[in-house]
Design a protein. Structure first.
Ligand code: DAH
Length: 343
C-alpha cells in the first residue's frame, strides 16, 4: 500500500508538472482527489487494514493528499502569473505614443500672437486708468475721415485708400475712428484706447498687408503736453519690451494732430549701432502720435480752449515683428498653423 501511495504521489507530481492550463490541473485533481479518485479510494480502504498499520498509512495518505493539493495550488498560481506576463508581453501599449488619429484629435490651442499682445497692451493701459473701447470695422466716412480733420478733398485720403461698400461706407483704415466715438461718448477728462483690425488698399509685400491691427490711444485732460505723451509712450514701451527703451520724436504729419510726431525707438537688435532691421540707421519707426488737433476736439463737441489731449496709433503687427524678429508681415494672415504654433 505504501508503494501504491508513493506511485500516486509521483504520478500526480509528474502530470502536474506537465499541465499547461487550469483545466488540466482540474482533471488531475479529480483523478487523484475526486470522489472516485485514486487517493480517495485508498483512504476509503484504510478501514480494511490491520489496526496496527492503519495509523501509519492514514498519516502517510494525508501527507500525500496535502502534497498533491499544495502542488496543484502552486502550479495554478504559476500558470496564472505566467498567463498574466504573457498578456503583458503580447498586449502592452505605450500610452505616451501619439495615436494614429491624433492629428485629427482636438488639440489645445492658444491665442494668436496679435491677440496676445493686444491683451497685454490693454492690461498696461487699463492699469493707468484708460478705458478700452471698440468700434465697427465697417465705418462711415465721417468717423474714419471727416471727424479727424480729413475732408474729402484732403490729399491724406490718398495714403489711406480702402475698400468701399456700395452704400458709401468703408472698411476703416485706422483705429483713429474709435477716438471720435470715444469723444462723442465721454466727457473730458478721459483716457481711452481702441484696439482693432484695419484695412488698406495695399500692394502687399514683406512689410505691407491689406489687413492689419492697431491700438489707438487718446487722453484728453487740462493742459496736456508733449511731456505727458512721452511719459505714457515710455511706460508702454518699457512694459512691452521689458527694459528701458531710448526714444526720439521726429516731426510727422497727420491731419488730426498738431504737432504730430513719428516716435522712433533705438533699435533693440543692434542697440543703435546699425543693422539690417533698422536699415543701418540705429532707429526703428514705431509709433505715430501727437497732440490732438483743435479741429478734431471741436468737431466732437469738446472745447479746445479748455481741454487738450494727446493721441497715438500703434501698429501691432510691427510691434510683434520687432519683438520676435519676424521678417514678413504676411505670416500673420497666412493661416499657416506652423507659424502660429511658435508663440
Ligand atoms: N491713424 C494713423 C495711421 O493709421 C496713426 C496715428 C497717427 C494715430 C498719429 C494717431 C496719431 O492717434 O496721433 O496711420
Amino acid at each position: 500500500m505504501e508503494d501504491k501511495l508513493k506511485a500516486i504521489l509521483s504520478g500526480a507530481t509528474e502530470s502536474i508538472g506537465r499541465a499547461e492550463d487550469a483545466g488540466a490541473l482540474e482533471e488531475i485533481r479529480v483523478r487523484v482527489l475526486g470522489r472516485k479518485g485514486e487517493l480517495t479510494q485508498i483512504l476509503r480502504g484504510l478501514g480494511e487494514l490491520p489496526p496496527d498499520k492503519r495509523g501509519a498509512m492514514g498519516k502517510l495518505s494525508n501527507e500525500i493528499k496535502a502534497k498533491v493539493e499544495a502542488a496543484l495550488e502552486e502550479k495554478l498560481s504559476e500558470l496564472k502569473s505566467s498567463k498574466f506576463s504573457k498578456l503583458l508581453e503580447e498586449e502592452w501599449i505605450d500610452v505616451t505614443l501619439e495615436s494614429p488619429g491624433s492629428t485629427a484629435r482636438a488639440k489645445l490651442g492658444h491665442l494668436h500672437p496679435i491677440s496676445q499682445i493686444q491683451y497685454e497692451i490693454e492690461d498696461i493701459f487699463t492699469s493707468m486708468g484708460f478705458m478700452v473701447l471698440d468700434g465697427p470695422e465697417v465705418e462711415t466716412e465721417y468717423y474714419n475721415f471727416e471727424a479727424l480733420n480729413i475732408p474729402s478733398y484732403h490729399p491724406a485720403r490718398d495714403m489711406q485708400d480702402t475698400f468701399w461698400t456700395e452704400d458709401g461706407n468703408l472698411l476703416r483704415t485706422h483705429t483713429s475712428a474709435i477716438q471720435v466715438r470715444g469723444m462723442e461718448k465721454h466727457n473730458p477728462p478721459f483716457r481711452v484706447i481702441g484696439p482693432g483690425r484695419v484695412f488698406r488698399y495695399e500692394a502687399t509685400d514683406a512689410s505691407h498687408e491689406n489687413t492689419f491691427y492697431q491700438v489707438e490711444g487718446m487722453m484728453v485732460d487740462r493742459d496736456i503736453s508733449v511731456a505727458h505723451l512721452i511719459f505714457f509712450m515710455k511706460v508702454l514701451l518699457r512694459e512691452i519690451f521689458k527694459r528701458d527703451v531710448t526714444i526720439r520724436l521726429r516731426p510727422g504729419y497727420f491731419p488730426f494732430v498738431e504737432p504730430g510726431f513719428e516716435l522712433d525707438i533705438q533699435c533693440l537688435i543692434c542697440g543703435g549701432k546699425g543693422c539690417g532691421v533698422c536699415r543701418q540707421s540705429g532707429w526703428v519707426e514705431l509709433l505715430p502720435c501727437g497732440l490732438v488737433h483743435p479741429n478734431v476736439l471741436q468737431c466732437s463737441g469738446i472745447d479746445p480752449g479748455a481741454w487738450s489731449g494727446f493721441a497715438f496709433g500703434l501698429g501691432l503687427n510691427r510691434l510683434i515683428m520687432m519683438r520676435y524678429g519676424i521678417n514678413d508681415i504676411r505670416h500673420f494672415q497666412s493661416g499657416d498653423v506652423r507659424f502660429v504654433r511658435q508663440f
